[in-house]
Structure formats: structure tokens, C-alpha cells
Design a protein around this ligand. Structure first.
Ligand SMILES: O=C(O)CCC(=O)C(=O)O
Ligand SMILES: [Fe+2]
Length: 322
């Protein structure tokens, strides 16, 4: 089978969110379970996120990244205790990659009024744009994908025979980060440079919006030893599981490698990923007997610690150092 013929499952979530007939919810739960067990990824419609919110968000991302570079640098995420703000192109380099990512990104997260736990919780930073052009549409969108992340978590729990009430044991004050991304046109990247190099997502559920028609995401399919291109279709989300879910589920749900190459010569590509993890002090809720007692916060530090300005303080808060 050639990679062009391989497609991720497309799952209609409306059967779970607004069931109309007996068995609707169970069907969706089984479809999601099978997709996450086989691929760790699926595409979805019937997710209840209004198209108007998606379009507003993409417009806001475009406006933000069109700001002059010096304006964007003033809100660098490296200067922010809570890792909110702007990441310049060329800043992310994974071990083993020859070149850094070409993408630029902007991060927001929970809007907590005061900085707590050395920055795990804290306020967002916002660019110097009118609220109705950026902050309002972005925040409305964040809340909508926060909700969708929660729904996917519930479906994943049900798929493994757990009650949805388990959410309360690990997601009372969950880390939910949102990353808005712009990839430069292919003509503006270096030979061999990726938009985002091959990686797995670190944590819980990822809810990904791709700019319609701007393909570029590819998922590694272990069983076929092949990269599968994922189409960027209007109103269709990509959902995937991160490493923490794979660990917590004892490998029942996969965390698959993926990467992005913007294939358009002269057009940039926008996307937005919302990452729904769990409370910073939460340990594996799926298996209280799991000998591995690493917390969500410790796992975050392991993966991103070097990008936080107060990394050592963070480490102490979550017990990653004495
Ligand atoms: O932009 C995309 O399509 C995917 C981005 C991604 O994988 C990530 O930010 O973790
Ligand atoms: Fe990713």
C-alpha cells in the first residue's frame, strides 16, 4: 500500500456529544479507542466548535505574526516565568535534528491571576493588539478547545472502562497550553529544514486545528514504517495522544511520532494545538498501583525544563530536585 492510500480514521463525535439513538455513544467510544490504540491519532468532525471561532482564531494568529519582529520579541516566552508568549523561528532544535524548526509560535495557557507554584500557574501575556482582534477571539477559542480536550479525555477513559468521574482525580486545575503556529513558505526554509521536526507530544490530549488546504502534517505509522500525510480539511480537527497518556494507559493508547513540512512554496501555513494535560501534582489516575509516581509537573519539567526561566524553582515545586 502506498502512503497516499493510508488515511487516519475520521470520527464523528456528535454521536457522543449529542446522542440521538441508543448505542451512539458506545460506537464513538469504540471508534476512538480503536484509533488511539492503532494510530494514536484520528481526525474528527461533529466536535461542536463553531466554524466562526476557528476562522476568528486563524485570523488572529495571522495578525499576531504580522507584527514587526521587534514587537514580537518584546513578548518572548523566554522572559516569561509561565512560558507564555512568543517563540521565534529557529529556537526549537531537537536532539538529533540537523536544523532547528522553521516555525514561529505563540503560547497561552490557563489565565490564573497570580503566579503560583513558581510559574506553573499564572497570567498570560497578550500582544499589543486591540482586544477584539486578538485576546477575545483567542480566549473564546481556547475555552472551546479546552472543553473539547476534556470530552476526548472522557471518551478515552470510558474506552478503557473507567468512569468519567476519574477526571476529578487529575484535572481539577489542569495544565492546558495552547500553541499558535505559523510556518514560513517552503521557499523561505533551508534545504532539509522542517516546520516542526519529528517528535511525539509530551502529555495528554492534543486538539489540533490546521489551516484548511495547507497540508503538511505527517504521522509515523509504526506498522507500515511509513509517514502518513494528514489532510488539512475545513472544520475537521486532528486529535492525538501524548507520551503521558501512553505511559498512563500502559501502552494501550499510542503516542505517535509526527512532523510538519509546509509544502506550499509561497504560502505560509497556520495551525493551533491545544494540549490538555492534567493537574501538576497528578500521578497516573488510570492505575493507582503504577510504581512510577512521576507527576504531570515532573514530566513537564523533564521535557521543557530548559525553556523555563525559573527551571530550578519549578523543579523544586514539583519535586523534580531536592
Ligand atoms: O502544526 C501542526 O500541524 C502540528 C504541530 C505539532 O505537532 C505540535 O506543535 O506539537
Ligand atoms: Fe506535535
Amino acid at each position: 500500500m502506498s502512503t497516499e492510500e493510508l488515511k487516519l480514521p475520521l470520527i464523528d463525535l456528535s454521536g457522543f456529544i449529542n446522542p440521538k439513538a441508543p448505542g451512539d455513544r458506545e460506537r464513538v467510544i469504540a471508534e476512538v479507542r480503536d484509533a488511539c490504540a492503532q494510530y494514536g491519532f484520528f481526525q474528527t468532525k461533529g466536535h461542536n466548535i463553531p466554524l466562526g471561532l476557528q476562522k476568528g482564531l486563524l485570523q488572529s494568529i495571522d495578525t499576531l505574526f504580522d507584527l514587526p519582529q521587534e514587537e514580537k520579541r518584546k513578548i518572548s516566552f523566554l522572559q516569561n516565568v509561565s512560558r507564555r508568549g512568543y517563540e521565534e523561528s529557529g529556537m526549537s532544535l531537537r536532539d538529533g535534528d540537523a536544523l532547528p524548526d522553521s516555525k514561529e509560535a505563540f503560547y497561552i495557557g490557563r489565565e490564573d491571576p497570580v503566579i503560583e507554584h513558581a510559574g506553573f500557574y499564572g497570567p498570560n501575556v497578550w500582544p499589543p493588539l486591540p482586544e477584539e482582534e486578538f485576546r477575545n477571539p483567542v480566549w473564546d477559542y481556547y475555552q472551546a478547545t479546552h472543553k473539547l480536550g476534556e470530552i476526548i479525555w472522557e471518551i478515552l477513559l470510558l474506552g478503557l472502562g473507567h468512569p468519567t468521574s476519574l477526571m476529578e482525580t487529575f484535572a481539577k486545575k489542569p495544565m492546558v497550553m495552547m500553541k499558535m503556529i505559523r510556518y514560513p513558505p517552503l521557499a523561505k526554509t533551508l534545504p532539509g529544514q522542517f516546520g516542526v521536526g519529528a517528535h511525539t507530544d509530551f502529555g495528554g490530549v492534543t486538539v489540533l486545528l490546521q489551516e484548511p488546504g495547507r497540508h503538511g502534517l505527517e504521522v509515523w505509522l509504526e506498522e507500515k514504517q511509513a509517514w502518513v500525510p494528514v489532510q488539512a480539511i475545513e472544520d475537521v480537527y486532528v486529535i492525538n495522544c501524548g507520551d503521558m497518556i501512553m505511559k498512563w494507559s500502559g501502552g494501550q493508547y499510542k503516542s505517535a511520532k509526527h512532523r510538519v513540512i509546509n509544502k506550499a512554496d509561497n504560502e505560509s501555513r497556520l495551525s493551533c494545538a491545544t494540549f490538555f494535560h492534567g493537574d501538576i501534582f497528578a500521578t497516573n489516575p488510570l492505575n493507582p498501583d503504577d510504581p512510577n509516581k512521576e507527576t504531570v509537573g515532573q514530566l513537564l519539567i523533564k521535557r521543557f525544563g530548559n525553556q523555563f526561566s525559573l527551571a530550578n524553582e519549578w523543579k523544586q515545586v514539583v519535586g523534580a530536585v531536592a
